[in-house]
Design a protein around this ligand. Structure first.
Ligand SMILES: Nc1ncnc2c1ncn2[C@@H]1O[C@H](COP(=O)(O)OP(=O)(O)OP(=O)(O)O)[C@@H](O)[C@H]1O
Ligand SMILES: [Mg+2]
Length: 356
């Protein structure tokens, strides 16, 4: 049971609070992804788990063993935690093979064989074994760092933006491969990334950090659908946010009446819908009398299988609507062209956001 428990961790550098009361539970064998703006404390948190930073206050335990509290400090090399830092940090005076084999207890042929297997597992060609780190691309260096961390057979793996230097295709392939590799070995993993889709697809548990605080954690789908506030909503994808009056499970807003999942009666609040929850139907001149929400497509951004449209709601006769612009995600091939009149409807529930 490799459950990592972070309890009320705090870390201050001078007057800057890098970690502010961070608590999180990472279940055994799971994949937790940490996202957050630059400077929000992600690397500080990973370095603390690895044992390269120490909290001012708080407790950290792995598998029931206390790693850090006010009286204990288990040193990094005794934690059996693999850490791939943000910059890879290879030993510059060692070849690829020597970097990967650095911590292996085996020698001779057996060691060579193991290094070859590890190189293969991260899709590094065997002819790179004798190269020096400065002769590798950024993405290749990241893969050597990953192989070096895997060689230690860690009980917990910490990956700080390990795929950031890879191109989109290789990045997706590496992500799948690493996820499988770690799952097969039963290694609990914490990954930091700036890539939204990587975070949502890799994680069993997603944690969002902001200004040293962990603002929300949970299943990625839940965070995507039910973000705590507007900032978190926008951090995980595009969002349509608008004011509404909430009454008896319904939001009354510029789009009409939409059911809400989290009730807060008789109040005004900001609600959120994801752009793919809006549906457009092209209007013909003969539909002039069609009731409901009408809009005009003002922009169409085609990106292959999807198309992101900007539509402007048309004011109703009673003046309830104020020409609000909305983002809509539509099928790339069948999206209505710019300038066309459309009818807007919604799918599913709107989510009521917390006050900032
Ligand atoms: N050793 C240090 N001394 C002083 N300040 C530090 C130190 N390490 C980190 N910080 C500060 O703490 C904050 C959090 O840094 P951290 O590296 O954890 O951010 P991050 O979320 O990983 O950002 P990025 O996405 O840019 O990698 C930043 O404001 C940073 O400047
Ligand atoms: Mg960082």
């Amino acid at each position: 049971m490799n459950t990592l428990e972070l309890h009320a961790l705090n870390k201050t550098y001078g007057t800057h609070r890098a970690l502010d009361n961070v608590s999180l539970s990472v279940p055994s064998g799971s994949r937790t992804v940490i996202v957050g703006p630059s400077g929000s404390g992600k690397t500080t948190l990973l370095r603390m788990i690895a044992g390269f930073e120490f909290p001012d206050t708080g407790r950290l335990s792995l598998n029931g063993q206390t790693l850090v509290d006010s009286t204990h400090e288990v040193p990094a090399h005794q934690r059996l935690i693999g850490y791939v830092p943000q910059d890879g940090a290879l030993f510059p005076h060692m070849t690829v093979a020597a970097n990967i084999g650095f911590g292996l207890a085996t020698k001779g042929n057996e060691k060579q064989q193991r290094v070859a297997e590890l190189m293969d597992s991260v899709a590094l060609d065997s002819n790179m074994a004798e190269r020096w780190p400065h002769e590798l691309s950024g993405g290749q260096q990241q893969r050597v760092a990953l192989a070096r961390a895997l060689a230690q057979q860690p009980r917990l793996m910490l990956l700080d933006e390990p795929f950031s230097a890879l191109d989109t295709g290789l990045r997706a392939a590496m992500r799948k491969m690493v996820a499988k590799l770690l799952a097969d070995a039963g290694v609990t993993t914490i990954l930091v990334t700036h890539d939204q889709s990587e975070a949502l697809s890799f994680a069993d548990q997603l944690a969002v950090m902001r200004q040293g605080r962990l603002v929300q954690s949970g299943h990625p789908l839940d965070l995507y659908r039910y973000p705590e506030d507007e900032q978190t909503a926008l951090f995980l994808g595009d969002a349509v946010v608008m004011p509404a009056r909430i009454e008896a499970g319904w939001a009354h807003c510029d789009l009409g009446r939409i059911p809400v999942n989290n009730h807060r009666n008789n109040s005004t609040a900001q609600i959120m819908l994801r752009p793919e929850q809006l549906q457009l139907v092209s209007l013909l001149p003969s539909d002039a009398e069609m009731s409901g929400c009408r809009a005009v497509v003002t922009e169409r951004d085609f990106s292959g299988n999807t198309c992101t449209l900007t539509v402007e709601l048309q004011p109703l006769v009673n003046g309830d609507q104020r020409g609000r612009s909305l983002l809509v995600r539509s099928s790339g091939m069948y999206a209505p062209p710019a300038g066309s009149a459309v009818h807007v409807s919604t799918i599913g529930h709107a989510h009521v956001l917390s006050e900032p």
